[in-house]
Design a protein around this ligand. Structure first.
Ligand SMILES: NC(=O)c1ccc[n+]([C@@H]2O[C@H](COP(=O)([O-])OP(=O)(O)OC[C@H]3O[C@@H](n4cnc5c(N)ncnc54)[C@H](O)[C@@H]3O)[C@@H](O)[C@H]2O)c1
Length: 320
């Protein structure tokens, strides 16, 4: 049994990761400010601490908590917020991260898993599926702070011997995505499908993303919690893409979701959103070489997500 701290563990992905550590017999502490997360997402059996990652209380908890592993999922993760308020984005994603990391270093925590984003650190990459070694040219303050996070971890590894891995997620979808927040298109479309409202597609709908199911993302976290990783000589030695390598257009996503849910609505097109990346997909070959592979098809994952949102949305007429 190990002691694991999951920051952001009341949120969408972090709560699934906390579930998985509990299932394999670890002792789990979830830390979350509940700014977006929900108390009911925190799995039964986990200890819950309501704290901001920027607070001194967070550093105290880590210094005294005897953690073997920290899974850092808490973040400011809205690209648009990062554009309008880059200092706020940096306060959470850089200052908050450093509060966690420095305390982890002082406490001698065994390993830190940091959640980065393969959807933003490469910018608009030339090569797709994009390998970890592609140039890192983020086009938003959120992308800049995720990349800076990886660089801080590399520093703590190189100079202080901290064990770490950075998981560069593609577009994650699944149960517990919040259809009322800044969630991804899957949650928004599912909610619209439930209320019979048309989908709004920005631009021609041919922009593509790499959609990976949350259960597969959890498996990547477990694999990297235990993997024997060689000492890093570059950022990319400890960066792991987590994606399927398959590109799906928004039009195709809409059609697949309607098929999975066995419901139909109209598609409306709106003006393209300025600054939106056109294409993204990740080459997860490095993670596959550790035995990981995505197991859930897009259609099966969409069905699970739709059913979860249907069963957990009280106000089914709510529109976004
Ligand atoms: N959802 C995706 O497709 C995706 C893609 C790439 C990377 N990521 C990363 O995965 C992580 C989890 O994202 P998610 O989709 O589960 O989002 P989420 O909003 O559901 O989870 C983030 C959690 O962090 C908490 N949090 C935010 N600021 C905090 C703070 N200052 N102190 C303490 N807690 C705070 C929130 O309350 C929330 O529970 C984030 O680091 C995000 O950047 C997500």
């Amino acid at each position: 049994m190990r002691r694991v701290l999951v920051t952001g563990g009341a949120g969408f992905i972090g709560s699934h990761v906390a579930d998985a550590y509990l299932r394999r017999g670890d002792e789990v502490v979830v830390l979350d400010s509940l700014v977006h997360g929900r108390r009911e997402n925190v799995p039964e059996g986990a200890e819950f601490v309501e704290l901001d990652i920027r607070d001194s209380g967070t550093a105290d908890l880590i210094r005294e908590g005897r953690f073997d592993l920290i899974s850092h999922h808490a973040a400011q993760m809205d690209v648009r917020v990062s554009v309008t308020d880059p200092r706020f984005d940096a306060s959470v994603n850089v200052d908050g991260l450093l509060n966690v990391l420095h305390a982890a270093h002082l406490a001698g925590v065994g390993r830190v898993l940091f959640v980065s984003s393969g959807g933003v650190v490469y910018g608009e990459p030339e090569k797709r599926p994009t390998p970890e070694t592609a140039p890192k040219l983020p086009e938003s303050p959120y992308g800049v702070t995720k990349l800076a996070g990886e660089q801080y971890l590399y520093y703590y590894h190189k100079v202080h011997g901290m064990e770490y891995a950075a998981l560069r997620y593609s577009n994650v979808f699944g149960p517990r995505q919040d259809p009322h927040g800044e969630a991804g298109v899957v949650a928004i479309f599912s909610t619209r499908l439930l209320s019979g409202e048309p989908f709004t597609i920005f631009g021609d709908g041919e922009q593509t993303r790499d959609y990976v199911y949350v259960g597969d993302v959890v498996a990547a976290n477990l694999a990297l919690s235990d993997a024997d990783l060689p000492s890093a000589r570059s950022l990319d030695d400890r960066g792991f893409n987590v994606g399927t390598g398959t590109e799906t257009s928004v039009n195709e996503l809409a059609r697949t979701l309607m098929r999975a849910a066995d419901e139909q609505v109209e598609l409306h097109h709106a003006e393209p959103r300025p600054g939106e990346l056109m294409h993204s997909s990740l080459d997860a070959g490095r993670l596959r070489s550790l035995g990981w592979a995505p197991r859930t098809s897009l259609e099966d994952g969409l069905r699970e997500t739709y059913h979860w949102i249907r069963d957990n949305t009280n106000d089914k007429a709510a529109s976004l």
